[in-house]
Design a protein around this ligand. Structure first.
Ligand SMILES: NC(=O)c1ccc[n+]([C@@H]2O[C@H](COP(=O)([O-])OP(=O)(O)OC[C@H]3O[C@@H](n4cnc5c(N)ncnc54)[C@H](O)[C@@H]3O)[C@@H](O)[C@H]2O)c1
Length: 353
């Protein structure tokens, strides 16, 4: 397999994944509505890849389109067919991702995440493309203990965003069962990707005030926000703040390459992988590492717990380590250093460029 479609390829995870795929010599089609991204990222990707090899930049083909419109997806598959570079596999990342927003606007989340996926699957079937890597999330797990989460942990999301991810996984299970000989499906359950490409040329560029901790840290560090609000200091953890499994965005992006290479040589199946480092870091530990590595102040204060939060979400990543040709290589220090480099180089995200 040589030609892939990355849905949501202008976004945070999509842009880093597309870059690594291009570096490996694959043809990468991207479809993105840019509802939470800037199309300028395509120029950035071309610029980075051209430094390596001018020819590779030609392998990046961008279509602006919305997965909620089936025609938009058909257009790109049709194009790939006409150009004799038919899409053979899809990395499906397009969707909304904020837990808080999903609690305010559940319909918007169900519409984009579910309808978008249903349309994509219909078009994939029409064009006989049966290879899929889906961006699922650790938010589908219900974790009440301070225990590593493996793929067999109970699935019990506690917010609409997590519900859409669980529902899509169920849909994929059904699709697989209906044509077992054809489909190869991998659900990658991401933990907490942070940081940026080491060049500092691409990174996370959220619209408005971000919801996730790391982009908030970047905004406080660059004085866009006065201080960081930490939700709760009375959790049953080593320092009272929540513990998460932070993974460098390039390690996460690399998991897609490994998953794709696994799909290419394996028999039809559906399989889930946790993509995390297996190491838990508390909010205070992340803040302190960021401060020390980048020699910068980060004012913070504590506020009450946030609805829908869980105290401890850390991956047991042993299935991914033993099955995929992959392991996370970067440290928490690398994540903090590379994320800050992106922020310094692009203080207003992609808008300035
Ligand atoms: N970032 C995380 O911490 C995290 C964790 C777990 C899972 N995920 C999942 O990974 C995927 C990518 O996350 P991200 O952090 O890169 O988010 P992102 O918002 O940066 O990227 C998503 C991209 O999809 C596009 N998009 C959204 N709806 C679309 C639609 N209907 N049609 C076409 N394009 C659309 C957006 O414009 C954006 O470019 C999401 O599905 C998210 O739920 C992310």
């Amino acid at each position: 397999m040589q030609n892939l479609l990355v849905t949501g390829g202008c976004g945070y995870i999509g842009s880093h994944t597309a870059l690594l795929l291009l570096e490996k010599g694959y043809t990468v089609y991207i479809i993105d509505s840019n509802c939470n991204s800037n199309p300028f990222v395509i120029n950035k990707l071309k610029k980075i890849i051209m430094k390596k090899d001018k020819q590779l930049a030609k392998n990046l083909i961008f279509f602006k389109g919305d997965l909620r419109k089936k025609k938009d997806i058909e257009r790109i598959f049709e194009y790939s067919k006409h150009n004799n570079k038919i899409i053979e596999a899809v990395v499906h990342l397009a969707g909304f991702k904020s837990v808080n927003e999903s609690m305010k606007y559940p319909l918007m989340y169900w519409d984009s995440n579910l309808i978008g996926t249903i349309n994509l699957l219909k078009v994939m079937q029409k064009y006989l493309c049966y290879n899929l890597i889906f961006s699922s999330s650790a938010t589908i797990y219900s974790c009440l203990e301070n225990k590593l989460i493996d793929e067999n942990f109970p699935i019990k999301p506690i917010n609409p965003y997590g519900n859409t991810k669980r529902c899509i996984e169920t849909l994929l299970e059904d699709i697989y069962k209906s044509e077992k000989a054809k489909w190869k499906i991998i659900n990658l359950r991401y933990f907490n990707p942070i940081g940026a490409h080491h060049s500092g040329d691409i990174g996370e560029d959220p619209n408005g005030i971000p919801n996730n901790l790391f982009p908030l840290i970047l905004q406080v560090a660059s004085s866009k926000l006065r201080e960081l609000k930490i939700f709760g200091n009375n959790w049953d953890t080593r320092d009272g703040t929540c513990i998460r499994d932070y993974i460098h965005i390039l390690d996460l992006a690399n998991a897609h390459i490994a998953a794709f290479e696994y799909l290419s040589k394996t028999k039809s199946q559906i399989i889930n992988f946790n993509i995390g480092t297996g190491k838990g870091t508390s909010v205070l530990e992340l803040i302190n590492t960021f401060k020390n590595v980048n020699k910068i102040k980060l004012p913070y204060s504590f506020t009450s717990r946030r609805e829908g939060d869980q105290k401890y979400i850390v991956a047991d990543n042993s299935r991914a380590l033993s099955t995929l040709n992959w392991k996370p290589l970067k440290s928490l220090e690398d994540m903090c250093r590379d994320g800050w480099k992106w922020q310094l180089k692009n203080p207003n995200g992609y808008i300035d460029n």
